[in-house]
Design a protein around this ligand. Structure first.
Ligand code: SAH
Length: 418
């Protein structure tokens, strides 16, 4: 009898595990006193929290997270190569991580953007934002009828063949591109080739409309997934303060803040700088596309250009600072804050009295409070008052999950400097 049972049962069931698709093949047991954040729905289980793995899990497999007292905590995907050993997706023991589960999550994500009115096929929007949409490791941006997919978790990379048809069904794109960040791919063991994954390539740039302005986007070569969609609302909000002002847009990329300032803000004149030659060419092309005459774009390092502008006594009625991420890890926060301080100080030096400073940070490790303290230091050292008029973040298509505050990253403070 015993023999018969073991013959009929898959080995995992003998240890009490279900092996239906989407259920766990192994159990990841936490160390004592490590379960709390995961009962609290935090989705990243680091290797340091794990006591052992019972059963064998291959990378990308579904596993159950179990407390040291044997309680089910959550269900997730395993990756032995990543510091995030398990990414959690469900806290419901009866829920399988299979096709219908992923479809429900994707549908909920896409539905939010539709409700936000971001489903205009001419526009751009982030359709899926990783943890914030319960899909840790998957980012999907829509640029007109094309999708750009960024995969930051091996478990998602392994499921692309399942996820892509769902995206096709729900958004009817013309083509889907894959973009991976090199560092992330290496850290996760993702082996994906960048480029067209499904459908057709656009001939040349893709054109999108944002805040009634047109932009050309290079899906294959552009920065990030091609455009900084997260600043959509901030570009318009900042523009509202720029009437008749001379505006400096530092780290301008494809010219988003500049064009909004010139067209919606009625700025007198706008000068944008970026150290990337390609970015400057994109920005110039976008100005032309919108027939905007009072903006110009120059190639230059942000710090050096500000230094040079200050040295030649140039003054501006508004300065936008939107630098790249300065803090890549927690340990680099102090260095990052020093760099933000220096940059903001230089910006204040070229600002007229009662000028507008739009200062951004996309370093997730630098919190809003740290950023405010940094600005306080700038006020102290320059002897200029800084009034914060608005503390803004990314647009609503980049939601923030309160159980994964690490996904909070973008700050955009609009200030007046006396
Ligand atoms: N403001 C832009 C996004 C900026 S992203 C928008 O609204 O779309 C940051 C930009 O900083 C990138 O375009 C990058 O090329 C540029 N950059 C990086 N290092 C720089 C440096 N040292 N000086 C000037 N620009 C830099």
């Amino acid at each position: 009898m015993d023999d018969l049972v073991s013959d009929l049962s898959p080995p995992a069931e003998a240890s009490g595990l279900q092996t239906a698709p989407g259920f766990a093949v192994a159990r990841v047991i936490l160390k004592p006193r490590k379960a709390r954040p995961f009962f609290g729905r935090h989705p990243w289980v680091l290797d340091s929290a794990i006591a052992r793995v019972e059963g064998t899990a291959a990378d990308g497999d579904v596993v159950d997270l179990i407390s040291d007292t044997g309680k089910f905590v959550a269900r997730g995907l395993y990756n032995s190569r990543s510091r995030i050993r398990v990414r959690l997706y469900s806290w419901d023991n009866t829920e399988a991580l299979e096709t219908e589960f992923w479809r429900r999550r994707l549908t909920a994500a896409v539905e939010l953007r539709t409700r936000l009115g971001l489903d205009d096929v001419q526009g751009a929007a982030r359709l899926v934002f990783s943890e914030a949409d319960g899909l840790s490791g998957l980012i999907v941006d829509r640029y007109g009828p094309w999708l750009s997919v960024q995969v930051t978790a091996l478990g998602m990379a392994r499921r692309l063949d399942e996820l892509v048809p769902m995206l096709v069904e729900q958004t009817r794109p013309r083509g889907i591109f894959i973009r991976t960040e090199k560092g992330v791919a290496a850290a996760e063991g993702i082996d994906l080739r960048d480029g067209l994954y499904w459908g057709q390539s656009p001939e040349g740039p893709v054109f999108i409309v944002e805040n009634q302005l047109r932009y050309g986007i290079d899906l294959a070569e552009g920065q990030k997934t091609g455009f900084y969609v997260d600043q959509r609302e901030n570009r318009l909000a900042a523009a509202a303060y720029m009437r008749d002002r001379r505006v400096l847009d530092m780290f301008c990329y494809s010219g988003g803040f500049s064009l909004n300032a010139a067209v919606h803000g009625q700025a007198r004149e706008v000068i944008g700088y970026d150290s990337s030659h390609k970015a400057v060419l994109l920005a110039r092309a976008n100005a032309e596309l919108n027939n905007v005459k009072n903006v110009r774009f120059e190639e230059g390092d942000g710090f050096k250009s500000l230094d040079a502008l200050a040295a030649s006594h140039q003054r501006f009625g508004a300065v936008v600072l939107d630098p790249p991420k300065f803090a890549r890890s927690r340990s680099s926060v102090d260095d990052a804050l020093r760099a933000y301080h220096r940059l903001n100080r230089l910006a204040v030096d070229v600002l007229e009295p009662l000028g507008i400073l739009v200062t951004c940070s996309c370093s997730g490790h630098v919190g809003s409070e740290d950023f405010l303290y940094m600005l306080r230091g700038v006020a102290e050292q320059t002897g200029r008052d800084i009034q914060v008029l608005a503390m803004r973040g990314a647009g609503p298509d980049h939601p923030l999950s309160v159980t994964c505050l690490e996904s909070e990253y973008l700050k955009c403070f609009i200030c007046r400097v006396n």
